[in-house]
Design a protein around this ligand. Structure first.
Ligand code: FAD
Ligand code: SIN
Length: 534
């Protein structure tokens, strides 16, 4: 095992990780940053984001932070933390302008004014986008190139972080694995920006890297997790088979006027909410699910014919091209869509600047749970949260970077020796195991849950754990991912059982009502057992 020292280690190269690397390097030019990422640089949920990023800009006279705060709290179904919402909203103007200063080009109209669009549950147009529906790719490309050009940021691609090194309540580094070799990276500042968990579900908009690694590692290291039962299902993923992920039909298409209808040709959203197609996401998702069940089909339709074809092509070039590739002419045909796991409101409990319950260990972006999104995320708030958290963490570290020399104990060294030992087992068929897990989560821990479905999931998960006997060292990256998926799935199930009410994205048929008082679910591994803590 080789050991290396860095002042800061960042795991993950989505928007949160890339932007954090740039800002921390800018604030602390003498430090050396290591950025470790599981696939190629920039491969992430961020890359595929479409609709845009919330921008509450001072010059947008029709908008203000009070209105954005109210919309976020309303979507969050009583579980959002007011101070966090306020902080993120009030920092939106600053970070969006900072992104623009790095060369991110948000779409503008012919007069050169920024174009703000509308998405579900927003009361005004406040979402900026790039190249129509390529917001994530454009921002990621720009930030990735800045990171690559920066000689003080060392990038390791195709390398997975597998274990946090924590001793006496402080993080001292992380173990990484490139498929052949293990390395121990010693650092007093370890930042997880590892994104979400969508790949735990059969239907998901998330790419292959979204396996919840960071959340599982944090849990194993003793960090507090929060609200792990809250998985957001997007109502409109393209209903075509055969991919690792479902292509998203952005909510912004509904923002431009597209309507939902069921397989019997009935437009139904007015039966479910006054805001119809632009109701909060959990409501539209459950409405779609309900219509699918009633019609006995595994899809509903999106009717985008009211959007003039040339406008659609210009505003949503990726969606237009993908539909066309699948034989769908959006000006003539209805688009078949169904819900898919999309975003994780739960995660590692963190402050707005990424501080967690463990000293020196930070979590930012989707891997973190700050309380911004509550029980249901407002569209396009996630990219904003990534940027504000990364910015705030870089500011925090400006005055708080810990450069004390790192000493690890004999016990820690002994634990790390496992990575040098041979594994006496055969390789597991992780593709098959992963599909089994995805089916369990989709069928029993999905959009609609109950004690019965959750207990069934629990039982089936125990069988799956029995088939996969890896507790620490694994043979390859896919096995590490699967190990993490099992850990996260178990915590989601337990948290869903523990929340005996329905709220936002967590809907239980046996507890359909929302309690008057909202409480976060906080989870911690204590003496090897999953415990709920206050
Ligand atoms: P990610 O972007 O997911 O990045 C995580 C990174 O960590 C990846 O590089 C991954 O490879 C790496 N990683 C993971 N585990 C490890 C490990 N063990 N070791 C090393 N590296 C690891 N939000 C909005 O606000 N607006 C939108 O328009 C929008 N559209 C979306 C469209 C789609 C299709 C999807 C999937 C999501 C969308 N979202 C949107 C949500 C948003 O994209 C994500 O929440 C956000 O990008 C998360 O950013 P992140 O940096 O936290 O994580
Ligand atoms: C979308 O474009 O519909 C996704 C937006 C989001 O997830 O915030």
């Amino acid at each position: 095992m080789e050991y290396f020292n860095y002042s800061t280690v960042i795991i993950g190269s989505g928007l949160a990780g890339l932007y954090a690397a740039i800002k921390i390097q800018e604030n602390l030019p003498d430090g050396k940053i290591l950025l470790v990422t599981k696939a190629d640089l920039g491969e992430s949920n961020s890359r595929y984001s479409q609709g845009g990023i919330v921008a509450v800009l001072n010059e947008n006279v029709s908008d203000n932070t009070a209105s954005h705060i109210a919309d976020t709290l309303n979507a969050g179904a009583g579980l959002s933390d007011f101070n966090v919402v306020k902080y993120i909203s009030e920092n939106s103007d600053k970070v969006i302008k900072d992104l623009i200063s790095y060369g991110v080009e948000f779409d503008k109209d012919e007069e050169g004014n920024l174009m703000f669009t509308l998405e579900g549950a927003h009361s005004v147009n406040r979402i900026l986008h790039c190249n129509g529906d390529e917001t994530g790719r454009c921002i990621e490309r720009k930030l990735s190139s800045l990171v690559s050009e920066n000689e003080n940021i060392i990038v390791m691609q195709n390398t997975i972080a597998v274990e946090l090194i924590v001793e006496n309540g402080a993080c001292k580094g992380v173990v990484i694995f490139d498929g052949n070799n293990y390395r121990t990276i010693l650092s007093n500042t370890v930042i997880l920006a590892t994104g979400g968990i969508g790949q735990l579900y059969k239907n998901t908009t998330n790419p292959l890297c979204a396996t919840g690694d960071g959340i599982a590692m944090a849990y194993c290291a003793g960090a507090i997790l929060q609200d792990m039962e809250f998985v957001q299902f997007h109502p409109t993923a393209l209903a075509v088979q055969g991919n690792d992920r479902n292509f998203l039909i952005s909510e912004a298409v509904r923002g431009e006027g597209a309507k939902l209808l069921d397989a019997n040709g009935k437009y139904y959203m007015s039966e479910y909410h006054d805001m119809r197609e632009l109701a909060p996401r959990d409501i539209v998702t459950r409405a779609n699910f309900d219509r699918m069940e009633k019609c006995g089909e595994d899809f509903v339709y999106l009717d985008a014919k009211s959007i003039q074809a040339e406008k659609f092509k210009k505003r949503f070039p990726t969606i237009y091209a993908t539909c066309e590739r699948n034989g769908i002419d959006v000006s003539k045909d209805y688009i078949p869509v169904h819900p898919a796991a999309h975003y994780f409101m739960g995660g590692i409990k963190a402050n707005v600047d990424g501080r967690t319950s463990i000293k020196g260990f930070y979590a930012i972006g989707e891997a973190a749970s700050t309380g911004l999104h509550g029980a249901n995320r407002l569209a396009s708030n996630s990219l904003l949260e990534c940027v504000v958290m990364a910015y705030s963490l870089a500011e925090f570290l400006k005055n708080n970077l810990d450069n004390t020399p790192i000493v690890i104990s004999e016990d820690v060294e002994k634990n790390l020796r496992k990575y040098s030992q041979e594994l006496g087992f055969i390789e597991y068929d992780t593709d098959t195991l992963k599909k089994e897990l995805q089916n369990i989560m989709w069928d029993y821990v999905g959009i609609i849950r109950s004690e019965d479905t959750l207990k069934t999931a629990n039982m089936q998960l125990q069988n799956l754990k029995y088939k996969f006997q890896r507790n620490s060292k694994c043979l390859n990256i896919a096995e590490y991912e699967f190990k993490n998926m099992l850990i996260v799935a178990q915590i989601i199930i337990n948290s869903a059982l523990n929340r005996k009410e329905s709220r936002g994205a967590h809907y239980r048929t046996d507890y359909p009502l929302t309690k008057d008082v909202s409480e976060h679910n906080c989870i911690l591994k204590q003496q090897g057992e999953l415990s709920f803590v206050r």
